[in-house]
Design a protein around this ligand. Structure first.
Ligand code: PMP
Length: 354
């Protein structure tokens, strides 16, 4: 079975939107653009012209960074857009379903609902490190299952799935469902990307983003990495000119020169701050548990989460509360040492207030 057999039948053979041709050193009278370039001083490319339909140099830079072939990668507006594209490519409304493993990133379920796809939840086993419930996962996959989202390191738990687990899931899923491994936070972990497994598993998709370790959330840039035939399908449904000229140039700059080294140094700093914050929080009576984290945040369980949230808010520090199965927990992103100290002081103060 080919991965294309799982794509919505109505999309079979769909070709990309035929945009106006773009050829260097030609007079462009084919795209109804303005001939007046008045707004471009801050940019290398003219803003009166449409951007490239797909940004080729950026694609090349990202393929090099994420160790895949050019034709295995599509540049997306954040990995959020990649999630949306995948669900639209595979799930027919009111028929197909996706599988998620809660607690996890809520955008998978969000975009499934937008598309009218059912969401099957196979909760992680909370315990020590939110393990995958493999027998339950096997039972949950049916003929209408199209995509299984695994997030590693997982948001909001911070825990990672061992590579062997991901490989076992890929074996189980072969010929049945596409496995999407979301590696948004992988740079903060010791684990290496599973992109190399694309050679073995045609039904593997990897998501990467520049929003976390590369510190470019405002640029909205990510990538979906998969078998070249599947990338062709996603390419056909992504909007033409999806990435704007200013974004393409700013991300190209981020991926060249000293920027990468600077980002790597920042990641090391955040990882060491994560461990300092963990140690300081664990010394507090109000903290009942902190899960191991491979990401730039900690999931912390408190005896008194309401007072922690109120105290941090009063101190001008925002934490993330999810409720549900994480009812006594808050997710705390790691900031600068000063920001982390402000958070720690506010949490500490809840232990002395009656
Ligand atoms: N995946 C995960 C696990 C995330 O936590 C996020 C953002 N919080 C995203 C994907 C989306 O990131 P972006 O669209 O900024 O690339």
């Amino acid at each position: 079975m080919s991965i294309l057999d799982l794509v919505r039948p109505s999309l079979a053979g769909m070709s990309p939107y035929k945009a106006a041709e773009q050829v260097v050193d030609t007079v462009r009278l084919n795209a109804n653009e303005s001939p007046f370039d008045t707004a471009s001083e801050a940019f290398r490319r003219p803003l009166n012209r449409y951007p490239e339909i797909r940004p080729q140099r950026l694609r090349q830079l990202l393929s090099t960074r994420f160790s895949c072939n050019n034709d295995q990668l599509l540049v997306t507006r954040g990995s959020s857009e990649a999630i949306d594209l995948l669900i639209r490519a595979f799930c027919a409304a009111d028929q197909d379903n996706i599988l998620v493993t809660s607690p996890t990133f809520s955008m998978y379920a969000h975009y499934a609902r937008v598309q009218g796809a059912d969401v099957r939840d196979v909760p992680l086993v909370k315990g020590e490190d939110f393990e995958l419930d493999e027998p339950a996962l096997v039972n949950a996959i049916d003929r209408r299952s199209k995509l299984l989202f695994l997030c590693s390191p997982n948001n909001p738990t911070g825990t990672s799935l061992p590579r062997e687990t991901i490989e076992r899931v890929l074996e189980i899923a072969r010929g049945r469902v596409v496995v999407v491994v979301d590696e948004a936070y992988i740079e903060f972990s010791e684990a290496s990307s599973v992109t190399d497994l694309l050679q073995t598993y045609e039904h593997l998709v990897v998501l990467r983003t520049l929003s976390k370790a590369l510190a470019f959330a405002g640029a909205r840039c990510g990538a979906v990495i998969a078998d070249a035939t599947l990338i062709g399908v996603l390419d056909a449904i992504q909007s033409p000119y999806a990435l704007s000229t200013p974004v393409v140039e700013c991300v190209e700059d981020a991926l060249t020169g000293d920027n990468i080294q600077r980002a790597e140094a920042q990641v090391s700093l955040l990882v060491s701050e994560r461990e300092r914050v963990r140690t300081e929080l664990l010394a507090l009576r109000t903290v009942s548990r902190i899960w191991p984290s491979d990401a730039n945040f900690l999931l912390v369980e408190f005896a008194n989460v309401e007072s922690v949230l109120a105290a941090t808010r009063d101190a001008g520090v925002l934490l993330r509360y999810f409720g549900g199965e994480l009812t006594n927990c808050a997710r705390i992103s790691i900031g600068t040492a000063t920001e982390n100290d402000a958070m720690l002081a506010a949490v500490r103060a809840t232990e002395t207030t009656p």
